[in-house]
Design a protein around this ligand. Structure first.
Ligand code: ZN
Ligand code: ZN
Length: 344
């Protein structure tokens, strides 16, 4: 098979239309594995070819340290996919997590080679993936919270804005590259206390827990399968959730509800809201929380400036932006993920 068939070339609009017209259901599942992988170019093409032929969509990262996959599979093909995974790839035992709430998550398949599957920007000498925190299931995690353990959210700040474990510490960072040194400092006086880490699906806590162990923390634990597995288990076993609100996800769904609580607020009017969106002005595109009123008022934009700007002819918009005549909220901050409410 020629190389040119190993990438998707259809436009986003075309792909979304195809997805909408599908006559079958899909399931969004995710898995990861820290495992030594080699010949990444070859592996990348093999994954793409195999999964594309099964009509799988999603985002897959591979690196020498392992694989991280978030994919959408035709429901009737899941067993076949798992068999193929076993026969064609040597990823070993895998824990599959199913989305808390289904929806159109992905519209194309992307398989990328990365330096790391979780990029914390810490030296390889500061962690050892053979020595990670103890995996706790939902029961053990809940019990440890009741017993007074320290709970730490290992995600980016904006993920915790719409949902989190009660009383969890949310480190004030915007990129995972800044997280670990910050966490080490936050916990400095708790080297012998019980520490509970959690993230979306577990992958970030594997490396983070190893880092903390390396730095002398003696009782490091992680939520097995992350919020996704926890929410599924809580529901299945009819147990009250200690996670409140929504789980932020990195696909078209943006989030999935775990409980009915709305813990966030609109970044424009500060009314209660937990709907993340990106500003509809493509030159701005800032990620923020917006209530329904403000969404109507600003036509899916973050500000009056942006909502007026998108009504201008395309050429005019391009020219103004290129000339630097106009700065939107996203450009007013040096940050990669600025908080809209800090800018205004
Ligand atoms: Zn609002
Ligand atoms: Zn904007």
């Amino acid at each position: 098979m020629g190389k040119e068939t190993l990438y998707n070339k259809k436009s986003k609009i075309e792909l979304k239309k195809i997805l909408k017209e599908e006559q079958f259901t899909r399931r969004t599942i995710s898995f990861y594995k820290y495992i030594s992988l080699n010949n990444l170019d070859e592996l990348r093409d093999k994954i793409y070819e195999s999964w594309n032929s099964l009509n799988i969509l999603g985002r897959v990262y591979i690196a020498n340290e392992g694989i991280n996959a978030q994919i959408s599979i035709p429901s009737n093909g899941i067993n076949f996919f798992k068999d193929e995974l076993n026969s064609k790839f040597n990823f070993g035992d895998l824990m599959f997590k199913t989305a808390i709430q289904e929806g159109n998550s992905f519209y194309k398949l992307v398989v990328k080679i990365k330096n790391e599957i979780v990029a914390y920007n810490v030296s390889e000498k500061e962690y050892n993936m053979n020595h990670v925190g103890k995996h706790l299931d939902y029961k053990e995690f809940n019990k440890s919270i009741d017993d007074g353990a320290i709970v730490l959210d290992m995600r980016n700040y904006y993920e915790g804005e719409i949902g989190k474990f009660e009383n969890a510490i949310i480190p004030d960072i915007e990129r995972s590259q800044e997280l670990l040194p910050e966490v080490k400092q936050l916990l400095d006086k708790h080297k012998n206390d019980k520490i509970l880490l959690y993230c979306t699906g577990g992958i970030r806590c594997e490396k983070a827990s190893s880092y903390l162990i390396h730095h002398g923390f003696s009782d490091v634990n992680q939520l097995n399968g992350g919020i996704i597995q926890y929410a599924n288990d809580i529901k299945k076993n009819n147990v009250q959730s200690k996670f409140i609100g929504k789980n932020f996800v990195f696909d078209d769904r943006m989030s999935e509800p775990v409980t009915e609580h709305v813990i966030g607020e609109c970044h424009i009017c500060f009314e209660s809201s937990d709907s993340h969106t990106n500003c509809a002005n493509e030159h701005c595109h800032i990620l923020f929380i917006q209530c329904a009123n403000c969404r109507d008022k600003f036509q899916n934009c973050c500000s009056e400036d942006c909502s007026k700007f998108i009504l201008l002819p395309k050429e005019k918009r391009k020219e103004m932006f290129k000339n630097g005549d106009i700065k939107f909220n996203a450009q007013k901050s040096q940050k990669i993920k600025p908080r809209l409410k800090d800018i205004r």
